[in-house]
Ligand binder design. Structure first.
Ligand code: ATP
Ligand code: MG
Length: 403
């Protein structure tokens, strides 16, 4: 032992999310995601210790960048940039002084914790001794209830960690543990939030967008690209399927009475997305619908869309108010992109008074005048996937070229 303190990040997860047999999968995936998120930042590797994961850093690692990259990683309850040391009393004392070097702090406390109680001193005594040590070296005072700095010492049987800042993570499950879903991404406020909620529950998302180029400008495509660039941070690699929908809509307009068109568009979108889902191994669809938010999001119309497909349609925002959705969109960084002016494909060929309670019979009669199977096939065949990565390939290449 006797090695020098080495920089690391201690990562904690919610034990409660590890119920049942999913612990090994959860930890393996969280470890992999931590490495993927911090690629190019000077991370040496990831280790599994009782109750936490440890990211070992090069001494010259880009700590602010690492903090930023893992700050939004799903599966993390909280994390702390720390010094890893052997659990030996003189080393612990020296590491606490090293950690506080150059800082000024009005008050502090020491919070020592012994895992498995192997360390020979009781926590109270460690707190008192280290407190006295800090008081001898710094102009500060002890405040047990509201300290400026809480100096934490975690003592494990073969290793100890000292740290001051604990950063709250987003919680949730590591992306990848729950399988794959296909999200209908419109460029509006709701659907990116819906997709992100599924990422937070551990899903990898395939993004599907329907556009009406050349009937409308390509703004919606630029918006969804920007949205996927935001959301790919949570899953490192993502595909956006761009589906030309203008021609399909034109055929619907020719055959379907105006009030039913929106429902038929949605059913076509659902079926095309379902085919893409099957192709990519996704097991469910995701939409940003919220009950009653707009005329088309009634129980009847939601039922008509659901009936069109043979897989679950997940609607994580179904009971969420618009204000809450907007708050969440701001927090995940999609709001500013979503509110950019845009012409949604559903504004094209849309009647003034869409049916709010489309019956199954009316929809079936309308669709009987279309060749639905051919329209779905045309949509699937013309769907073009674009791949997004985080960290972006160029950034990764630049970083490794520089080192
Ligand atoms: P959003 O804010 O997500 O656009 P919205 O409140 O505008 O939703 P609608 O326009 O009724 O509601 O769309 C409902 C859902 O249908 C969207 O959340 C999205 O999942 C899907 N959707 C709508 N238009 C498109 C599109 N052009 N491409 C892909 N999905 C779409
Ligand atoms: Mg919309």
């Amino acid at each position: 032992m006797g090695r020098a303190p080495s920089p690391c990040i201690v990562v904690h997860y919610h034990e409660i999310s590890l119920k049942g047999g999913n612990r090994p999968l959860f930890l393996r995936r969280l470890g992999r995601n931590l490495l993927a998120a911090t690629a190019g930042c000077g991370v040496r590797g990831v280790r599994r210790l009782p109750g936490r994961l440890v990211l070992d850093l090069d001494p010259e690692a880009d700590l602010p960048e690492v903090r930023e990259r893992i700050g939004t990683l799903f599966g993390i309850a909280y994390f702390a940039p720390a010094l890893s040391i052997p659990p030996e009393w003189p080393v612990v004392q020296a590491a606490v002084l090293q950690l506080l070097e150059g800082r000024t702090f009005e008050s502090f406390r020491i919070t020592a914790r012994r895992t498995f109680k192997v360390f020979p001193m009781p926590s109270d005594e460690i707190n008192r001794e280290l407190g006295a040590l800090v008081l001898r070296h710094f102009a500060t005072r002890v405040n047990l209830t509201e300290p400026t700095l809480n100096v934490r010492v975690d003592l494990l049987p073969r290793e100890a960690f000292v740290f001051v800042d604990r950063v709250t993570g987003p919680g949730g499950l590591p992306v990848g543990v729950s399988g794959r879903v296909a999200a209908l991404l419109s460029g509006g406020i709701d659907s990116p939030v819906a997709a992100c909620r599924l990422q937070k529950r551990g899903c990898e998302v395939e993004f599907v967008h329907f556009h009406s180029v050349p009937y409308l400008a390509d703004t919606s495509q630029r918006k969804v690209r920007a949205l996927v660039e935001r959301l790919v941070r949570h899953q490192f690699s993502a595909r956006l399927w761009l589906v030309p929908f203008g021609e399909i809509q034109r055929e619907v307009v020719l055959g379907v009475p105006a009030p039913l068109r929106v429902v038929v568009y949605r059913r076509l979108m659902a079926r095309i997305t379902e085919a893409i889902a099957r192709k990519t191994g996704a097991l469910a669809l995701v939409t940003g619908e919220s009950l009653g938010q707009v005329a088309s999001q009634t129980l009847e119309n939601i039922a008509r869309m659901t009936e069109a497909v043979g897989m679950p349609v997940l609607r994580p925002l179904i009971g969420t108010d618009k204000e809450e959705i907007i708050r969440e969109a701001r927090a995940i960084g999609t709001f500013e992109i979503s509110i950019e002016p845009d012409q949604d494909c559903c504004t094209l060929f849309v009647p003034k008074h869409p049916e709010t309670r489309a019956s199954a019979e009316a929809v079936a009669a309308a669709e009987a005048r279309l060749d639905m199977a051919r329209l779905v096939e045309a949509g699937v065949e013309s769907a073009a996937p674009e791949t997004f990565r985080f960290p972006p390939a160029e950034a990764g290449a630049l970083l490794s070229a520089g080192s």
